[in-house]
Design a protein around this ligand. Structure first.
Ligand code: GDP
Length: 468
């Protein structure tokens, strides 16, 4: 570990809460806090002589000996701390002003205010976290659904690092053999090497491609399943949305960057995050301006991961239902047969024989539902999960990379491996293999942060919040 200045920041949210936590990290952490930390008798508490992982009760005072707050101080010595440096946490009363005043005192005693993400950056630079774990820290904080959270926690545990390191190890072994054989062809023959190499590369490429394939699920986990709700007027689309909101204490966030004409919202069905695409523009009209809106809506529908097509079972199916169907053919669709609490005018059999006869979909499920009573909601969630994640999201054995930077590195590695396979097939001389091997090794290294340039690291941590 190399010397770094001692840094301090308020780690809790700036809104008023019952406690606030200040975090101090670095070689001088104990000494800095000890200068302002007193026991009930007015004597300084010397944290430098205290045992690690202990909690101390006392008072923070300023240089004028004025009482600032009654606090608890936690001491975690290097390397068993978040940053792997000496870390002291001061738990003071809630209220931003108190924490801010204590922070100012710490700065007066020599600490520097931490930059956003600097604690986590130090954890990374000190080797306690790899880059995929550091990025997972932010994902954990920002997680909006249980699925996202679970996935980020697996990454935080180091599963991505373990997987990537295994793959890099395989590449390294082949590279080492290749270099040795090229150096000493008499003793290490390359006879069957191209064939072996081809097999190894194929295995590696499949592994990397599997991770890439999973990262599609990763996006759905993290950003929500892009979902469009379609149906003719009065089938219960608004009631359906309200039902989800009512039953799930769902969060609804305005997504930044969306304009008024494409209103988008996020909501939860159970543990699954849906990113709702507004389809209000989908109306049959002769109006030119509305037509533009319709084209936009159509485009959005085509880009959706999932279509929920609402049908009203209490009324006969009509041409309007057929028109809606025309917009969603070929896509993954769940037909929600709404108003199951009323007497049905038709059933699944009739639906199959009429509206759906001959229609093709990427996926197709049919479910009974009532927006009035909420009946069918658990089944709907299960259906969405199995359709969108193909039951693969167990989080016990598989890795879902959600981070765009990591995904790009995977794609680059896959490309290098594909090129290597091609070179082998074309009988390119062995000494040229090492370039692609090296590129794949480097690309994978970017995921865990072993081969990332400093400015990229700075950029990654800048996006963190203060005190993390
Ligand atoms: P939209 O035009 O597709 O958004 O339809 P609405 O959500 O406005 O619903 C149209 C009408 O159907 C309203 O009067 C709702 O109360 C009613 N409705 C919606 N869903 C149900 C349901 O599941 N059961 C019953 N009985 N009525 C429903």
């Amino acid at each position: 570990m190399f010397y770094q200045e001692t840094i301090a920041a308020i780690a809790t949210s700036s809104k008023n809460g019952s406690i606030s936590i200040l975090r101090i990290s670095g070689e001088e952490a104990c000494r800095t806090v000890s200068r302002i930390f007193y026991n009930g008798k007015g004597e300084r508490i010397d944290l430098c002589s205290c045992k690690t992982h202990t909690i101390h009760y006392g008072f923070i005072k300023n240089r004028q000996n004025e009482l600032l707050d009654e606090v608890l101080v936690l001491l975690m010595r290097a390397p068993r701390s978040y940053t792997a440096e000496d870390v002291v946490e001061i738990h003071c009363h809630g209220g931003f002003l108190i924490a801010q005043t204590i922070l100012e005192e710490l700065v007066r005693e020599g600490a520097r205010i931490a930059e956003p993400g600097e604690f986590t950056k130090r954890a990374f630079l000190n080797g306690r976290l790899d880059l995929s774990q550091a990025e997972a820290v932010m994902d954990v904080i920002q997680a909006e659904s249980q699925l996202t959270l679970k996935n980020s926690l697996t990454q935080l545990r180091g599963d991505v690092r373990e997987k990537i390191n295994t793959l890099r190890e395989m590449i390294l072994e082949d590279t080492a053999f290749l270099e040795a054989a090229l150096d000493d062809p008499e003793h290490i023959p390359l006879n069957d090497f191209p064939e072996t190499m081809r097999e190894h590369t194929r295995i590696l490429r499949r592994e990397v491609e599997h991770l890439l394939e999973n990262s599609r699920n990763g996006r759905r986990i993290k950003e929500g399943i892009r979902t469009a709700i379609v149906g003719k007027p009065n089938v219960g689309k608004s009631s359906f949305l309200n039902c989800i909101l009512r039953e799930n204490r769902a969060i609804v966030t305005d997504i930044p960057g969306t304009t008024r004409d494409t209103l988008e919202e996020e909501m939860l069905i159970g543990s699954t995050l849906l990113h709702m695409i507004d389809t209000a523009g989908l109306r049959n009209t002769g109006d030119a301006i509305e037509k533009i809106g319709m084209d936009k809506t159509r485009e959005a529908i085509r880009g959706a991961d999932l279509i929920l097509c609402i049908l009203d079972t209490s009324m006969p199916l009509t041409q309007e239902d057929r028109d809606v169907l025309g917009e969603i053919e070929g896509l993954p669709v769940i037909f929600v047969l709404n108003k199951s609490d009323l007497d049905p005018a038709w059933g699944e059999r009739e639906l199959m024989d009429t509206l759906l006869s001959g229609a093709q979909f990427e996926e197709r499920e049919i479910l009974s539902f009532s927006a009035r009573t909420g009946a069918g909601l658990p089944e709907l969630e299960a259906c969405i999960k199995s359709l969108m994640f193909r039951d693969k999201v167990s989080f016990n054995d598989d890795i879902y990379i959600t981070n765009a930077r990591q995904k790009q590195a995977l794609a680059d590695a896959a490309e290098s491996l594909r090129q290597l396979e091609q070179s082998i097939e074309e009988g390119v001389p062995e000494d040229l293999y090492s370039i692609d091997l090296y590129n794949a090794y480097e690309s994978l290294g970017k995921i865990v942060g072993e081969t990332v340039e400093d400015d990229i690291i700075d950029k990654i941590f800048r996006d963190f919040c203060m005190g993390k």
